[in-house]
Design a protein around this ligand. Structure first.
Ligand SMILES: *Cc1c(COP(=O)(O)O)cnc(C)c1O
Length: 410
């Protein structure tokens, strides 16, 4: 299995080809309901930005996900009046807390921001002096406990807030590592290996009276994960807004214990100068994040899942007309990106093109179709076509283009 990070590296290593193939996008794919106002300028065209069809998974560099129609409506309908940001954050937070059955919640500028604010809250509590001094609080440097196998690219957020990461392996080491300087313990939910279970991690944190934080940023579906960690007893939980919840890309959720959320808010905009001021969320995105979560919780998740499987069948039936081409449904076990996509394989003696060449060809089109290249058990490259981020009318288009590229290599 190729990791999200590796994938990202691979993708960014390939040159970006785009904007070279005319401007047929809208006639091919149609516009979303949200931008269908007739006469609105096409800014993709005006600026020469290549539109992307995301036949992969949510990727930050591919602009995350597409906001649900409910979110666009929330943004449009709230953009025409001012609001008091303290009141808005409080009221939206209270509502989100109720929806997620936790004490308190807030909208952040993404999960990475939630990690900065959660750490800041754990360092400062409600102490105004300490707040002003972050990331250099008075006294010895605060410490955050993490499992060695959980270290990842996003833990720089902990350092950003002024804390130092202490690596541990196993429950015993965690117990021993906790001292007067320890302010928090962070669990990366999608880590490949854990030497400490969620339950142990929370129990040890509670025993020593330090907040436990779980980063589950990309870990819906299943929707149940939005409720899982508060039941385990975590004090702070974060999810990205701009992944499969399909809220604004630069929004996210931080929720959990009331005193900590209060302290996190004090470390955030609209307060004048705390560590989180450069991470503000605008009014529309706060409303938008609320609308996204509400719509996501109300969704018929089984139906959506079935729809994803149907999309795979639809593409399969088109491409399997070419001799030796096979589509296979693969359900990512998660916890991140736990949804179906399609692996496509063929006999390269008959269809004389490599998976990477297909990936490059589709990516170079306009609109650019971005699939993924993964590795199978034998470490051979294999093409992966994602379906969960396609707009309905893009399913057939992706199938047609993929078929054409394969057909041309016969
Ligand atoms: C995406 C992601 C983040 C960052 O989330 P943003 O919402 O983009 O800030 C943090 N942690 C994990 C595990 C992620 O997948």
């Amino acid at each position: 299995m190729i990791s999200r990070r590796k994938l990202l590296k691979n993708l960014s290593a390939t040159p970006l080809v785009g904007g070279l193939f005319g401007t047929g996008f809208w006639s091919v794919s149609g516009r979303d309901a949200g931008d269908a106002r007739s006469g609105a300028p096409n800014l993709f065209e005006e600026l020469g930005v290549t539109p992307v069809i995301n036949a992969g998974v949510t990727m930050t560099f591919l602009s995350g996900s597409l906001m649900r129609p409910d979110v666009l409506e929330a943004i449009n309908s709230t953009a025409h009046d001012f609001a008091n940001m303290y009141e808005l954050q409080d009221k939206v937070g209270a509502k989100i807390a109720e929806m997620l059955q936790v004490e308190a919640a807030m909208v952040t500028s993404g999960a990475a921001c939630a990690m900065v604010l959660g750490t800041a809250a754990s360092i400062t509590g409600k102490d105004a002096e300490k707040r002003k001094m972050l990331p250099f609080p008075p006294g010895p440097r605060p410490e955050v406990i993490m499992q060695k196998s959980h270290r990842y690219v996003f833990d720089q957020a902990i350092t950003t807030a002024g804390a130092k990461i202490i690596e541990v392996e196993g429950a015993n080491e965690m117990e021993k590592a906790i001292n007067d300087k320890t302010v928090m313990a962070l669990f990366f939910n999608a880590a490949r290996e854990s030497s400490i279970s969620h339950e142990e991690f929370v129990a040890i944190s509670k025993r020593h009276n330090i907040p436990s934080f779980v980063d589950a940023a990309a870990d819906v579906p299943p929707v149940d994960n939005l409720f899982k960690f508060q039941k385990i007893g975590y004090d702070l939980i974060t999810f990205s807004g701009g992944k499969m919840i399909r809220g604004p890309q630069s929004a996210g959720l931080l929720f959990g214990r009331k005193d900590l959320i209060e302290a996190a808010k004090l470390n955030h905009s609209p307060h004048e100068a705390p560590i989180g001021r450069p991470m503000k969320v605008n009014k529309e995105e706060i409303f938008g994040m609320y609308a996204a979560l509400k719509a996501y919780l109300e969704l018929d998740h089984e139906k959506e899942w079935q729809d994803w499987l149907n999309r795979i069948d639809q593409i399969k039936s088109k491409i399997e007309h070419i001799a030796t081409v096979k589509g296979e449904t693969r359900i990512n076990p998660g916890p991140a990106n736990a949804f179906p996509s399609m692996l496509v394989s063929w006999d390269q003696d008959q269809v004389k093109i490599t998976p990477r060449q297909v990936y490059e060809a589709l990516k170079g089109e306009n609109p650019s179709i971005v699939t993924n290249v993964r590795r199978d058990e034998e470490m051979n490259e294999i093409l992966s076509v994602g379906v969960v981020l396609l707009k309905p009318d893009q399913v057939d288009y992706v199938a047609t283009r993929l078929k054409q590229v394969l057909q041309n290599a016969v």
